[in-house]
Design a protein around this ligand. Sequence first.
Ligand SMILES: Nc1ncnc2c1ncn2[C@@H]1O[C@H](COP(=O)(O)OP(=O)(O)O)[C@@H](O)[C@H]1O
Ligand SMILES: [Mg+2]
Length: 251
Amino acid sequence: MKTKDLYFKYPRSERYAIESVNLDFKDKKITGVMGENGSGKTTLLRLLARFIEPTEGKIEFGDQEIGFSPEDPELGFFEKDVESEIGFYPKNRGLDQEKMTKKVLEQLDISHLKEKLPFILSSGQQRLVSLASVLSGDPDVIILDEPTHSLHKKGEEKIGEVLKKINKTIIFSTHSSEFALDYADEIIVMHEGKVLAEGKPRKILKDKDLLEKAGIRMPEIIRWAKERSLQTIPKDMNEALKIAKERGELD
Ligand SMILES: Nc1ncnc2c1ncn2[C@@H]1O[C@H](COP(=O)(O)OP(=O)(O)O)[C@@H](O)[C@H]1O
Ligand SMILES: [Mg+2]
C-alpha cells in the first residue's frame, strides 16, 4: 500500500491535517505510526482505511481487503453480544463465521466475554473485542488506531504477540514507545500533519532530538542503555539485568 502526495483538510478547517505524505507500507510488515496529539495519526489511518477521501493525492490499495479498528471502539459496536460483533465481519465476507469467531476469541483470551453486551465492557476489553472483530474477517491489511490504549502491560503483550504471529500487513498508531519498540518493524513519525521521520524502531527511538521535537517518550530500556553509553540496546529486561550484573551494578 502506497500514498502519493497525500493531503487532507477537514471541512471548515483552515489547515491541512495531512500534508504532502508519501509512504510505502511494506507487505506483511508491522508499521507503527507515532507522534503527539494532533499530529495527524488518526487522520492518516482513516485515509488508509478508506473512511475518508483524500483532499488531494491518492492511495494505491491494489485489491487488498482492509480491516480497521477505530480510536473509539465503542462507537463502532452495534451487535447485541460480543460473539455476534466478532462474527459480523467473517459472515459479511462469506467466511466460516463460527470457526473464525472461535479462533480469535481464543487467540485474544476473551472467550469468557462472548455473551456480553459490547457496550458494558471495560475500555480495555472493548479494545480487545474491537481488534477481534477485525482479525475475524482475515483482511490482508489491518489498520489499528491506538490498539493498546487503556490496556495494561499484559494486554499490550497479548496484542503484540498476536499481531507478530499472524504475518499480515499491519499499521497501528500508538503512544506507547515500548509497544512500538517491541512490535513494530518500521516506525513513521508524524508531526503537524507531515512525516517527520521513518525508519527502524531502534534507530528512531534513540534519536533524542527527533523524539523531543515529535513529543515522543524514549523507551526506558533505550534510556537505560544510553545512560551507560552501551553500543547495543538490550533485547529485553532479562538481557539488561545480565549486563547490569556484568558491570557489577547489582553487587
Ligand atoms: N473531525 C475533525 N474536524 C476538524 N478537525 C479535526 C477533526 N479531527 C481531527 N482534526 C484536526 O486534525 C489534526 C490531526 O488530528 P488527528 O488526526 O486526530 O491527530 P492524532 O490522531 O495524531 O492525535 C488536528 O489538528 C485535529 O485538531
Ligand atoms: Mg488519534
